[in-house]
Design a protein around this ligand. Structure first.
Ligand SMILES: [Zn+2]
Length: 234
């Protein structure tokens, strides 16, 4: 995981993100000519704020990206930081995709406010339609696929959180992770399918479930942790 470091000007309330890249030159092509742009963002920031009260901020603990992953340039992110004495939440965002990342410093901490669980509906649909090797008598038609997705969603809704075994996070900068349904919940899904599909199609679906329920299979669940900014200070 990248260590998060920032410089905060307390006079202007401006933040500079310290990264290995902020000292690298950037280039732009203009009518075939290569033009070197900003040479050194960090030095420019320090020059702009010389004589001001500068403080280092260090990332600690939680990072939260409510919609989208950390690599999405338009995502809004929340990172907990500290200057060694006080806790802050740094909100990062862009107004337009070509703009640099803006930062807003909020006094407070990130507080977990629950998780949401969903099935990987589109991935299941794609896998069933295009990739899974069905025997001809097993293959569900489009209607059958939609029915299976509906039954799976119902089985997940009916299971409480301790029936979901948490897997690893998708990447270190994501608030989403994979969860695996318990055998009991899978068993419920299997029984529901038995009521709705003929024996050949049912046994095909059993093979499908078995092949995709572990690790990063399409029958695993997407679990997203949610946070709130807690502005009350301790
Ligand atoms: Zn300043």
């Amino acid at each position: 995981m990248i260590e998060e470091k920032y410089i905060w000007c307390r006079n202007c309330n401006e933040i500079h993100h310290v990264t290995p890249f902020d000292k690298a030159p950037r280039y732009q092509f203009d009518q075939g000519e290569q033009i070197e742009l900003s040479m050194d963002d960090r030095r420019a920031f320090l020059r702009r704020h010389s004589g001001h009260r500068l403080e280092g901020l260090q990332g600690v603990g939680e990072r939260y990206f409510p919609a989208g992953r950390a690599v999405d340039p338009m995502r809004v992110g929340f990172v907990e930081v500290t200057n060694g004495k006080e806790s802050f939440v740094l909100r990062s965002f862009r107004n337009r995709i070509e703009d640099p990342l803006h930062f807003e410093l909020i006094r407070g901490r990130l507080r977990a406010s629950g998780t949401s669980v969903s099935i990987q509906e589109n991935e299941i649909r794609k896998e069933m339609k295009y990739h899974f090797p069905w025997c001809p008598s097993e293959k569900p038609d489009d209607e059958g696929i939609e029915l299976f997705i509906k039954l799976f969603a119902e089985a997940v809704r009916g299971s409480d959180s301790h029936q979901i075994e948490m897997g690893g996070y998708e990447d270190t900068a994501s608030s989403a992770s994979h969860g695996v349904l318990s055998s009991a919940a899978i068993e419920r899904l299997i029984q529901r399918c038995r009521l709705h599909f003929d024996p050949e199609r049912w046994s095909g679906l059993m093979r499908f479930i078995e092949a995709h329920r572990d690790k990063d299979g399409v029958m695993t669940l997407r679990v997203v942790r949610h946070y709130e900014v807690d502005r009350s200070l301790d």
